[in-house]
Design a protein around this ligand. Structure first.
Ligand SMILES: Cc1ncc(COP(=O)(O)O)c(C=O)c1O
Length: 404
């Protein structure tokens, strides 16, 4: 019999009466805009307060998506033509896309066996033009933020943490997102908690927060009731405010995030324990197991052929999985617009801006050979937040048989 595996969307499984009530309140108050309505809106502001407390950051800003959060951060951090931004080979198209949208050049960095930024390669990729490092806490687990921050601080380079896939995760007891200059989260439906669409930015730097606020909205910070034109030099905003409807959902979901993460972590730990003695099977290394949110299991097989065979057997038995090499726009060489250096507009930027014309940048398969080798023999299995003990056992059995 085929396995019945719940869809991977961790947050929506936990939608309940709380989310319903909050959304209804917005509708009844005729107050879907975050700053004013027929009655006073409250949810986005409450979400930002809650986020400050939850992540342990001095400032939090809600935006309309994770991609919007990344682009807002690029503007606030002053990334532009001439700049190189280092991103890992395993990320999401928006991570590199936000660099390109700032007319800057993405520079790829290898991943290590944790499938996050390889710090030895990071050092090698830094040049006098490196303006920003973007560690991505991929597939639920944290990067080695101690090493990333040590390198960045020594070289005086800013850090933007992409925590879209690791909401609620931590490294050495500190929440991801709070190590770098700015941290961003996504609240899209696949993420650990969700309002369907939405994003969060956190920072401990007041000036940066004001710049984020200005960049996400109207070019000057808008805090409480009135735009404040004094605190930062006026620029151009991008209309990325969060609506109070999304705020209502996100506020309730953030309260549930610890529970959701706990469920995924426990299920993942149990499945791994059942597979501990399976020969020919290894797991990705995790820099801090206590900080892993558990939403994905990444397995490493002996070689590409074994991975292909095992992946197809798992699919036949009903266990959703992806070979990392084929995991869509998460892998640099599958991002066609990157490989082809597609222009941002008909003006043809950023790679052929005169400043960037040295054609040393390559994004085709082979640009990160160490990562390519890992992707080829890695399989990713989503770990839903509502697994029963029976489903966990069935999954372990399918994986064992598929590998064997
Ligand atoms: C690593 C990573 N960064 C950024 C994003 C962008 O988030 P959103 O879909 O909310 O724009 C995603 C979402 O898929 C992601 O996985």
């Amino acid at each position: 019999m085929k396995l019945a595996w719940p869809r991977e969307f961790p947050g929506v499984h936990h939608y309940g009466i709380e989310e319903e009530k909050a959304v209804l309140e917005v509708v009844r108050n005729r107050a879907p805009f975050r700053y004013y309505g027929l009655k006073r809106p409250k949810f986005v502001a409450a979400l930002e307060r809650q986020a400050r407390e939850f992540y342990g950051a001095r400032y939090a800003l809600a935006v309309n998506s994770g991609t919007g959060a990344l682009m807002t951060a690029m503007t606030a951090l002053g990334i532009g033509p001439w700049d190189e931004v280092i991103v890992p080979a395993f990320m999401w198209v928006s991570t590199v896309g936000s660099v390109v949208s700032a007319n800057a050049i993405p520079v790829l960095c290898e991943v290590d066996e944790s499938f996050t930024m390889n710090c030895a390669d990071l050092e090698k990729k830094i040049t006098p033009r490196t303006k920003l490092i973007v560690p991505v806490h991929m597939a639920g687990a944290p990067c080695d933020m101690k090493s990333v921050m040590a390198i960045a601080r020594r070289r005086n380079i800013a850090v933007l943490e992409d925590c879209a896939q690791c909401n609620g995760g931590s490294f050495a007891g500190q929440k991801v997102g709070t190590f770098g200059d700015v941290g961003m989260f996504s609240l899209q439906i696949n993420k650990n908690c969700t309002s369907g669409e939405g994003g969060l930015l956190v920072s401990n730097n007041q000036q940066l927060y004001l710049q984020l606020n200005a960049a996400h909205d109207i070019g000057v910070p808008w805090i409480d009731d009135l735009p404040n034109t004094i605190a930062v030099q006026a620029g151009w905003g991008a209309g990325r405010r969060m609506s109070d409807l999304s705020g209502a959902l996100a506020w309730e979901q953030l309260k549930k995030l610890p529970l959701i993460v706990r469920r995924m972590r426990v299920s993942k730990r149990r499945i791994k324990a059942m597979l501990a003695t399976t020969s020919g099977l290894a797991f990705r290394q995790i820099h801090d197991r206590a900080g892993d949110t558990g939403c994905f299991l990444i397995m490493l097989l002996r070689d590409e052929q074994c991975a292909r065979a095992a992946s197809s057997r798992m699919s036949q038995a009903g266990l959703p999985n992806s070979r990392l090499a084929e995991y869509g726009m998460h892998i640099y060489y599958n991002i066609l617009q990157l490989v082809k250096k597609a222009p941002l507009s008909l003006a043809g930027n950023p790679w052929n801006l005169r400043a960037n014309a040295r054609s040393i940048y390559s994004y085709a398969k082979g640009a990160c050979p160490r990562s390519d080798e890992l992707f080829a023999r890695a399989i990713l299995v989503p770990v839903p937040s509502v697994l029963t003990a029976q489903q966990e056992k069935a999954a372990a059995k399918i994986i064992r048989e598929a590998v064997g």
